[in-house]
Write a protein of this length. Structure first.
Length: 291
């Protein structure tokens, strides 16, 4: 017994006539008659009483009509949902990010734009320490991740560069550096650097100033970095988007006038993604990347 048997049965039940039901279904009347007979044999009961001008449902037929209509509706709903999932129009995406993806607005724009066109794709969005994101994506614990490049990635992953961003210097408001009208990289040679997860900016500034940096703690997220600066434990080279979003007491942000290193927010994903919804999101990001 297959779903088509229910469709054939319902057509006859509605039309109360085999020929008219066959015309609606696009099959020959004898074929329809055999299908109904097969259904009756499978159920072990008669479903229709054949009369001269029409057929009418038996008591068993009336009971089946209710169940058959429900079964066909459920099948159609299931097929619709499966087809949409297969096209990437429904499903779930596990997404990890670092805080600067939120501070810059890149995460909000990419997810928001995608949701406008694919409202039935659900996102599970969680913040993670940046060093853990590539491994989590590679192992399938996350589908995609927003990181800050440059970053070493396994061969199985690919990075889509989205937004290049300058760095800023965060320093305690009691620092002598606050009194400088022009702050150059060389002025930082005796400072202790609080390290964010992405240390390329710190290393670039030190290289430009011609000194080896004194490295302080690396507390994790950017808010934690700025918190240590506010406690007077050192200075920090951080993404410029932090300036507008992390304002803590005793912290001043300055531009390093003779040195403007940059980094890039990127989306990382598996090179050969098979999940339709995830692949569709990756394609969306590639097509709508920041100018």
């Amino acid at each position: 017994m297959e779903i088509r048997h229910f469709r054939y049965f319902l057509a006859v039940a509605r039309h109360r006539h085999f020929t008219r039901a066959a015309e609606q279904l696009g099959i020959a009347p004898p074929t329809l008659t055999r299908q109904i007979q097969d259904l009756e044999n499978a159920l072990g009961t008669r479903l229709f009483v054949r009369e001269q001008r029409e057929v009418r449902l038996t008591e068993a037929g009336r009971a089946l009509q209710i169940e058959a209509e429900l079964a066909v509706r459920q099948f159609e709903t299931a097929r619709y949902n499966v087809e949409r999932a297969g096209r990437g129009e429904a499903g779930k995406i596990e997404l990890g990010y670092v805080a600067s993806a939120v501070f810059s607005g890149v995460l909000q724009r990419q997810v928001g734009q995608f949701r406008q066109h694919h409202p039935d794709v659900d996102f599970a969005i969680t913040e993670h320490a940046m060093p853990s994101l590539p491994r989590m994506v590679e192992e399938g614990r996350l589908d995609v991740g927003f990181i800050r490049s440059p970053m070493s990635l396994p061969d199985s992953l690919e990075a889509v560069k989205l937004l290049a961003e300058d760095f800023a210097l965060a320093l305690p408001d009691t620092s002598w550096l606050c009194g400088l009208s022009t702050l150059d990289a060389r002025h930082l040679q005796n400072e202790t650097f609080i390290l964010p997860e992405q240390i390329s900016g710190t290393l670039d500034v030190a290289a430009h100033g011609g000194f080896t940096p004194t490295l302080g703690p690396q507390p994790g997220g950017l808010v934690s970095v700025i918190a240590l600066v506010s406690l007077g434990q050192g200075v920090a080279v951080v993404p410029a988007s932090v300036v507008d979003h992390v304002q803590l007491p005793n912290v001043v942000y300055r531009r390093i006038d003779d040195c403007q290193p940059t980094s890039c927010l990127s989306l990382i994903h598996r090179r050969y993604e098979k999940a339709p919804a995830v692949a569709r999101f990756i394609d969306h990001v590639k097509r709508s990347r920041e100018p």
